[in-house]
Ligand binder design. Structure first.
Ligand code: ANZ
Ligand code: ZN
Length: 827
C-alpha cells in the first residue's frame, strides 16, 4: 500500500490555517460565559535544542480538546508564546559574545516553526515573548504595583548563592542543597537583594488550594511548601537579664519536659547573654555555623553541634533553671529563632541531649496514665507521638490535644504565652545578579533617602519600559553585582523624585517573573495602555484548563498564584485564582525506559519523526501511548501501528462513497445495522473520552471502527463522515483532507461534532428460543452477538427446563447465535 501523502497534506493545511486565520479567537458577545473556554499550555523556554517530544505531548492534548470544544459550539482561546528570558542564552553570550536577544530570537523562530509543523490550533496573533520590551513593560509595571503595596522590599541578608550561576536563588530554586538549574552545591552569601513578600499571602495561597481542580500531589506539594504550623509562643524569663526569651513550640504540652533552651547562632540575644567564660567558644562556633546552609544545619542525620552560652532561663511552669545553648539546628528564619528543647519528645533535641549529656525527662506517656505509677527516670527512647501528659503538675493525665489547649490557655491567662501560627514559606528572593532579565525599575537616591527616609525611588509608569541596556561583557561579576553595574552611563541617572543624581538598580528579575502573568497578556496582547483590558479579562479568565509538566508544582504555579492574588486585590482581575483546572502530563521516557538524555543517546527528535511519519502520526501516537498523566516509554513499533491506522483511513477515503443510508434507528437496511450501531457507540465513546482527556481509549475506539469500514468495497457517506470529523480533532491535517475529499468547502474544524443516537448505542437485546429435542420449551433475553458458549451455558441453567431434562443425558447442543439453543437429550 502506498504511503498516504502526508508531506503535501500537512503543508497544505498548515498554510490554509495560517492564511485563513482559522483559529483566531475573538471576544464575540454572542457566546455566553458558559460557552467560552480558555485552554492554556505551559509556554516553552526556547532553548537552543529545539522542541523535544515532551512538548507536543501536552500541546497535542490541549489541541485535541480545543478542536473538540470548538466543534461543540464553544468559543475557545488557545494561545502560545515564549518564556524567553533565561540563563542559557546569557551563558551562550558569555561564551560567544552573541547578544542573548539574537540567540533568543533565533531559538524562538525555530520553536515557532517546529510547533507549527505539528498543526496546533493556536491563535498566533496572540503570541507573547517575555523578553520583548512590549511585554516586559508590564512585568515592570506589576513590579511597581508590588512595590507600592509594600510587597517588594530591599534587604541585605544571607541567601542561597549558586557559585556556578553566580547569582542568588530563591528557596524554591534549591533542591536538596543544590542549584535547581545546574546542580551545583549552593552556598550562603550576604548580599543586597530584592525580596517579594509572598508570605503575606501564605494563608490565602493555602486556603484557596481547596477550591482548585488540580492533581492532589501538586496541591499537597504546595501545602507542604507553605507549611502551616500551629502552636504557641512562650516567653521565658532570663536569669540576671531583663530581656525575655521568646520561643515557638507546636507542643506547649511538653513545657514540663524542657531541659535546655537553644538559640539560633544569629539570634540577637546570643551576644547579650553569653558569659565572659564562654565567649571564646561561642565566637568560634558562630564562625563555623555561618558557613553552612540551612539544609546542612537541619538535616536530621547530621551530627548535632552546639555550644553552651553560660546563661540560664527560667521555666515559667515550675521555676526551674534551664541552661541556654547555641546550636545551628535551630534556624533564625523560622518561628522566633529560639526553642525550648524537650529531648524526650523531639528527635533533634534527643540527639542533641545525648551528644551533650543533657537531662531527658518524660512528660508524655504512650499509654493512658495509671494512678500511682512512677513515670520518672530517663526514657529509653524518644517518643514524638501524642499520648497522655505525665510529670506535668496540674496537667498530668490529660491527652495531648487537650493538654495543648489547656496549657496554652493557662499561658495566655498568665501573660507568658500566646497562640501562634507559623509558615515554612519564606519571602521570595526576587533579584538576580545577571544580565538577561527584566531590569528592576527603581533608582537609589541618596538625597531622597536623607529627606524622605527611603533612598529607593520607583520609576514613574510613564518611564516604562526601562530598557535592558547593551553591555560589553555579559559576564556576571561574581561579587553579587549584575553586569549592568559596569555600565556607568546607564547606572548614573537622575532621580525621578528630586531630579538630583541617582543610581539605577542593577539587579534583574528572575526568569519566573515573565511567566507569573503571561496567561493574562494573551487576553489582550497588543494593548499599549494596560497589561490587559479588564473587558478581555472578564471575557476569558480564569484559565479553564492548564496543562504542563510536574516540574512547576511549586515554583511557577506558586509564584503565578501569588501575583494573580495581588492583581485581584488591586481589582485588576476577576478571580482570586488564575488556573481553575490543572493537568500534568506524564513524562515520555526513551525506548530503554530511561529518562531521555543526550548522554544516554536515547533522545527522540520530533523533527525526525515528523519527517518520516508525519505530524499527525506523531500527534496520534503520543496520545495513544497511554493515559496522558502517566510516565511512559517511547515505542517506535507503537508509532508504526498508529501510522498504519492513518494509512487505513486514507485507503478508506480512496473507495467510492455512496449516499443515502438512512440515519435514524428502526429503518436501517439489514446489512448496515451492525455498523450503524458501532458508529453510534464509537461517537459516544470518542466524545466522552475526548471530553475527559482519555485520548488513548478514544483512539482505540476509532481504530476498531475504521477496521470495519476498511472491509467495505464502497463506503456509505453517513458511516464515514462522522469518523472523518472525529479524526480531524486528533489528526487535523488528515481530517481536513478527507473532509475536503468528501466535497466540503469549509474547514472540518468548523463543522459540528458528530451526534449519536443513544438508543443505537445500547446493546441490542434479542430473544433466544430454547428447544428440547426440537420442541420450544423456554426462552431468554441476551445481547446481540453473545458468544455461543455463553448462550449454551445460560440455556442449560434455566430452571424451567428441569422437568424435561431431569434424569436425562445431554447428548448434543445445537446453537444458532442470536436465535436459538436446541438441547438434545436421551434417557
Ligand atoms: C518544643 C517541642 C516539643 C517541639 C516536642 C516539638 C516536639 P513545625 O511543626 O515544623 O512548625 N522549632 C521551632 N522553631 C524552630 C527553629 N527556628 N528552628 C528549628 N526548630 C524549631 O515544628 C515546630 C517545632 O520545631 C517546635 O516545637 C520546636 O520544637 C521546633 F515534643 O518545641 B518544638
Ligand atoms: Zn531623589
Amino acid at each position: 500500500m502506498a504511503k498516504y501523502p502526508f508531506i503535501t497534506i500537512e503543508e497544505k493545511w498548515q498554510k490554509y490555517w495560517e492564511e485563513h486565520k482559522t483559529f483566531k479567537a475573538i471576544e464575540d458577545p454572542a457566546f455566553p460565559k458558559e460557552k467560552r473556554r480558555y485552554v492554556l499550555d505551559m509556554f516553552p523556554y526556547p532553548s537552543s535544542q529545539g522542541l523535544h517530544v515532551g512538548h507536543p505531548e501536552g500541546y497535542t492534548a490541549t489541541d485535541i480538546y480545543c478542536r473538540y470544544l470548538r466543534m461543540k459550539g464553544y468559543n475557545v482561546l488557545h494561545p502560545m508564546g515564549f518564556d524567553a528570558f533565561g540563563l542559557p542564552a546569557e551563558n551562550y553570550a558569555i561564551k560567544t559574545g552573541t547578544h542573548p536577544a539574537v540567540t533568543t530570537a533565533a531559538n524562538i523562530n525555530k520553536f515557532r516553526s517546529q510547533i507549527k509543523t505539528l498543526g496546533f490550533s493556536y491563535d498566533w496573533d496572540r503570541e507573547v515573548d517575555t523578553s520583548s520590551p512590549e511585554y516586559y513593560t508590564w512585568t515592570q509595571w506589576i513590579f511597581l504595583k508590588l512595590f507600592e503595596k509594600g510587597l517588594a522590599y530591599e534587604a541585605e541578608s544571607p541567601i542561597n548563592w549558586c557559585p556556578s550561576c553566580m547569582t542568588g536563588l530563591a528557596n524554591e530554586e534549591v533542591k536538596d542543597g543544590l542549584c535547581e538549574r545546574c546542580g551545583t552545591k549552593v552556598s550562603r552569601k550576604r548580599i543586597r537583594q530584592w525580596i517579594l513578600r509572598i508570605t503575606a499571602y501564605a494563608e490565602r495561597l493555602l486556603a484557596d488550594l481547596d477550591g482548585l481542580d488540580w492533581p492532589e500531589p501538586v496541591k499537597l506539594m504546595q501545602r507542604n511548601w507553605i507549611g502551616r504550623s500551629e502552636g504557641a509562643n512562650v516567653f521565658f524569663a532570663l536569669e540576671r537579664h531583663p530581656d525575655k526569651l521568646e520561643i515557638y513550640t507546636t507542643r506547649p504540652d511538653t513545657l514540663f519536659g524542657v531541659t535546655y533552651m537553644v538559640l539560633a547562632p544569629e539570634h540577637p540575644l546570643v551576644d547579650k547573654i553569653t558569659t565572659p567564660e564562654q565567649k571564646a567558644a561561642v565566637t568560634a562556633y558562630l564562625d563555623a555555623a555561618a558557613k553552612k546552609s540551612d539544609l546542612e544545619r537541619t538535616d536530621l542525620a547530621k551530627v548535632k553541634t552546639g555550644v553552651f552560652s553560660g546563661a540560664y532561663a527560667v521555666n515559667p511552669v515550675n521555676g526551674e533553671r534551664i541552661p541556654i545553648w547555641i546550636a545551628d539546628y535551630v534556624l533564625i528564619s523560622y518561628g522566633t529563632g529560639a526553642i525550648m528543647a524537650v529531648p524526650a519528645h523531639d528527635e533533634r533535641d534527643w540527639e542533641f541531649a545525648k551528644a551533650f549529656k543533657l537531662p531527658i525527662r518524660l512528660v508524655v506517656s504512650s499509654e493512658k496514665v495509671e494512678a500511682g505509677k512512677d513515670y520518672s527516670g530517663e526514657p529509653a527512647e524518644c517518643t514524638v507521638a501524642d499520648g497522655w501528659s505525665v510529670n506535668s503538675g496540674q496537667f498530668s493525665g490529660l491527652p495531648t490535644a487537650e493538654a495543648i489547649k489547656r496549657i496554652t490557655a493557662w499561658l495566655e491567662e498568665k501573660g507568658i504565652g500566646k497562640k501562634a501560627v507559623n509558615y515554612k514559606l519564606r519571602d521570595w528572593i526576587f533579584s538576580r545578579q545577571r544580565y538577561w532579565g527584566e531590569p528592576i525599575p527603581v533608582v537609589h537616591c541618596e538625597h531622597c533617602g536623607k529627606v524622605h527616609g527611603s533612598p529607593i525611588i520607583p520609576l514613574p509608569e510613564t518611564e516604562l519600559p526601562l530598557i535592558l541596556p547593551e553591555v560589553e561583557s555579559y559576564k556576571p561579576t561574581g561579587t553579587g553585582e549584575s553586569p549592568l553595574a559596569l555600565i556607568d552611563h546607564w547606572v548614573n541617572t537622575t532621580c525621578p523624585r528630586c531630579g538630583g543624581p541617582a543610581k539605577r538598580e542593577t539587579n534583574t528579575m528572575p526568569q519566573w517573573a515573565g511567566s507569573c502573568w503571561y496567561y493574562l497578556r494573551y487576553l489582550d496582547p497588543h494593548n499599549k495602555k494596560t497589561f490587559a483590558d479588564r473587558a478581555a479579562v472578564d471575557y476569558w479568565a480564569p484559565v479553564d484548563l492548564y496543562v504542563g509538566g510536574t516540574e512547576h508544582a511549586v515554583l511557577h504555579l506558586l509564584y503565578a498564584r501569588f501575583w494573580h492574588k495581588v492583581l485581584y486585590d488591586l481589582g485588576l482581575v476577576n478571580t482570586p485564582e488564575p488556573f481553575q483546572r490543572l493537568v500534568n502530563q506524564g513524562m515520555i521516557l526513551g525506548e530503554d525506559n530511561q529518562k531521555m538524555s543526550k548522554s544516554r543517546g536515547n533522545v527522540i527528535n520530533p523533527d525526525d519523526i515528523i519527517r518520516e511519519y508525519g505530524a499527525d502520526a506523531m500527534r496520534v501516537y503520543e496520545m495513544f501511548m497511554g493515559p496522558l498523566e502517566v510516565t511512559k516509554p517511547w515505542i517506535t513499533a507503537g508509532l508504526v501501528g498508529v501510522s498504519r491506522f492513518l494509512e487505513r483511513l486514507w485507503a478508506i477515503s480512496e473507495k467510492p462513497v455512496t449516499e443515502g443510508l438512512p440515519a435514524g434507528s428502526g429503518e436501517i437496511p439489514p446489512p448496515w445495522a451492525g455498523l450503524v450501531r458501532l458508529l453510534h457507540k464509537t461517537i459516544k465513546k470518542v466524545s466522552a473520552d475526548t471530553e475527559t482527556l482519555n485520548f488513548n481509549t478514544a483512539i482505540s475506539a476509532m481504530m476498531v471502527y475504521s477496521n470495519e469500514l476498511a472491509k467495505l468495497k464502497e463506503v456509505p457517506r453517513d458511516l464515514w463522515e462522522p469518523l472523518v470529523l472525529m479524526v480531524g480533532a486528533y489528526a487535523p491535517h488528515l481530517g481536513e483532507e478527507l473532509w475536503e475529499k468528501l466535497g466540503h468547502p469549509e474547514s472540518a474544524s468548523k463543522a459540528p461534532w458528530p451526534n449519536y443516537d443513544d438508543a443505537l448505542t445500547r446493546e441490542e437485546e434479542l430473544t433466544i428460543v430454547v428447544q428440547i429435542n426440537g420442541k420450544i420449551r423456554d426462552k431468554f433475553v441476551a445481547a446481540a452477538g453473545t458468544p455461543r458458549e455463553e448462550l449454551e451455558r445460560t440455556a442449560r441453567a434455566l430452571p424451567g427446563l428441569r422437568k424435561w431434562t431431569e434424569g436425562q443425558t445431554l447428548v448434543k447442543v445445537i446453537t444458532v447465535p442470536d436465535k436459538l439453543v436446541n438441547l438434545v437429550v436421551k434417557p
